[in-house]
Design a protein around this ligand. Sequence first.
Ligand code: F6P
Length: 348
Amino acid sequence: MNNRIRKTGIMTGGGDCPGINAVIRAVVRRARLDGVTVMGVKNGWLGLIENNLELLTRQTISGVLPRGGTIIGTSRTDPLSDPERLQMIRDTWNRNSLDALIVVGGEGTLTAASRMFREQGYPIVGVPKTIDNDLGGTDYTIGMDSAVSVVAEAIDRLHSTAESHHRVMVVEVMGRHSGWIATLGAIAGGSDVVLVPEAPFRLSEVCDVLTLRRNSGRLFSIIVVSEDARPHPDEDFLTQEQRQAIYHGERLGGIGPILAAKIEEVTGIDARATILGYMQRGGSPTAFDRILATRLGIKAFEMVLAEEFGRMAAIRGLNVTSVPLEEAVAQPRPVDPELIRVARVFEG
Ligand code: F6P
């Protein structure tokens, strides 16, 4: 029992993903045990700017465990962009008598959370959620497993059509600057080539793999390409405009169709591209994500009770723990090289 903590806010920011509602549910259910009120801050930091909060009760969270998205909404609003915003947030905080805030976010949201703790003194606890799995200090982020399951299922489906038409299928997946979704999706789906941001690829090598497969009687191939995978500078086949559009536009994406066209041009093999896009973020969380989200939600609330602020709930091995927010967002966590090696065993 901590008598100083009577009311906590919970906010979800950045891209949605499966499992966020399971975190909210866990926090509300755990908070009830200590008689702590939970306020849902609507639409990320925007809810604090606009004083848009709602009381989360047992009724509110009933039935949300399997639901995708976030019942309290999200946005990519930056709370620190101007002093006026900061003042509005301070007013909302005081008006609602918040004692703490649980921020469920990915790299952008938790970077802001870390700064709001360090520079503005807010008592904040983070929870890692992003399909990209690119946060430091935790083995897994909530949503990654669900996204990988979507990729694996998509590859299964693309296999049958690729095989029937003797085609190369290029599957473009999300993940920003880290190749977790691509690599794990490729392993789970059994793709023939995987291209990740961590290792620039040579078109000639990709085409050699495809030609070799064809010559040995494997008439179809599946390539998984990460949205931020880049051609090696030695063999850069992208035009300036294409490079700009794929990697430096408002959002990443578009390498898949260009790569498929290039492969067709070089090898003469029919190639098609599929961009999985937001399918990877939608829908129901896997059992793994529901369990992870539930454990991290409960841990986050207990960190609030223990006044362990400026830290993020995390999972290391089988254990739930906590790490400094600063460590979590220091830099994008690259995919484990061991996983790339595993995926490469199945190349060709
Ligand atoms: O960070 C999650 C993610 O889905 C990335 O994989 C992707 O690059 C990005 O968000 C898309 O952002 P938005 O939702 O703003 O289009």
